[in-house]
Design a binder for this molecule. Structure first.
Ligand code: UDP
Ligand code: MG
Length: 320
């Protein structure tokens, strides 16, 4: 069966000079096999250089000169994985029929792209790459990730468990995604809300091929917080419940205090006073902080600044 499909593999890269040669080799090979077996008509690798400080862009340029499948977009400054990915997906929604997003470090299984394409050819719009196990991740990363998925789920965010940003999306699902105006991107959650026919492909996540993780603990925590506050307003509701609980506790304390007063046993009470002072102070500060987090988001959304700025592009020789 001859398909007339143009598949784009979108790869965000930030200081990835060590992994790019291998990534290009592996992805080109996959695309060639897909073309030969006529599962797709044309394959392209789109590198989005997210303001790298090393030689990533020079590498992308040199690859594109010898490999007609390689094209690239250089963003003017580092905007983060999610926004860089968006830049690539936006290009794909305009110029291709289907896109697969994958990290440059080849931790996700490139062979799964074939299975994803098979699903696509059967009419599935979104195929999620789901990690079977996290054997190669550190104990810490595995468990914090698990905690995050659980928390997210409990807070009402709809996300696919153990799915990162390795997924296939059809043109119409990409176009639907492009209608989302928000600047706070949490793509794995946003895609789940689209609601087109979807499927999962399971794979083992490997070690990073070379270079080091661009997600140190600090970035991981802020990504998790971003995810939660972008998708759920429940933390705000919890604050109200905390408040009510404190009022109840203080009513009990007041009654107790009055009884003791009339019994003529006014206790020195310094300790209990200090404790409640600190405790309530902490609770109030946390609550204001959470509200502030949402207000910060609203501020960012209201400004509607561009998600990214393009500095340079390498487009395909003949545009399809
Ligand atoms: N990345 C990016 N911009 C950033 C940080 C990361 O485009 O500011 C890219 C990075 O090059 C990689 C992907 O996002 O292709 C995932 O990053 P990484 O592998 O470091 O994260 P981890 O797999 O450790 O969570
Ligand atoms: Mg990685």
């Amino acid at each position: 069966m001859k398909q007339h499909t143009h598949l784009v593999i979108v790869v965000p890269c930030y200081n990835e000079k060590d992994v790019l040669p291998e990534a290009t080799h592996k992805l080109t090979d996959i695309l060639q096999r897909l073309e030969e077996s006529e599962k797709i008509n044309k394959g392209t690798i789109l590198y989005v250089d997210d303001g790298s400080k090393d030689t990533t862009w020079q590498l992308i340029k040199s690859f594109s000169e010898i490999n007609e499948k390689v094209i690239g977009i250089k963003l003017a400054h580092n905007v983060g994985h999610q926004q860089a990915l968006w830049a690539g997906l936006e290009w794909a929604s305009l110029h291709a029929d289907v896109a697969v997003s994958i990290d440059a470090d080849l931790q996700d299984d490139v062979e799964s792209i074939i299975t994803m394409t098979d699903f696509y050819n059967k009419g599935i719009d979104i195929v999620y790459g789901v990690r079977k196990e996290r054997k190669t991740d550190t104990f810490f990363k595995r468990n914090t990730a698990l905690l995050f998925y659980k928390l997210m789920h409990n807070l009402g965010g709809e996300i696919v468990y153990n799915h990162a940003d390795f997924r296939l999306m059809s043109k119409r699902s990409l176009q639907a995604l492009m209608n989302y105006p928000e600047r706070n991107l949490f793509l794995r959650g946003m895609v789940c809300t689209l609601g087109f026919p979807s499927a999962n492909v399971y794979y083992d996540r490997k070690e990073r091929f070379a270079g080091e993780s661009k997600y140190p603990l600090k970035k991981m925590i802020s990504f998790a917080l971003d995810g939660i506050t972008s998708f759920s307003v429940r933390p705000l509701r919890y604050i109200v419940m905390w408040g009510i609980l404190f009022i109840l506790i203080s009513i009990i304390a007041i009654i107790y205090g009055i009884i003791r007063f009339f019994e003529g046993q006014t206790i020195p009470g310094w300790t209990s006073l200090m404790i409640s002072l600190w405790f309530i102070g902490g609770a109030v500060l946390t609550s204001i902080g959470i509200i502030g987090e949402y207000i910060g988001k609203i501020y960012k959304e209201v400004k509607q600044r561009p998600r990214y700025l393009i500095e340079e592009c390498i487009y395909p020789k003949e545009n399809s």
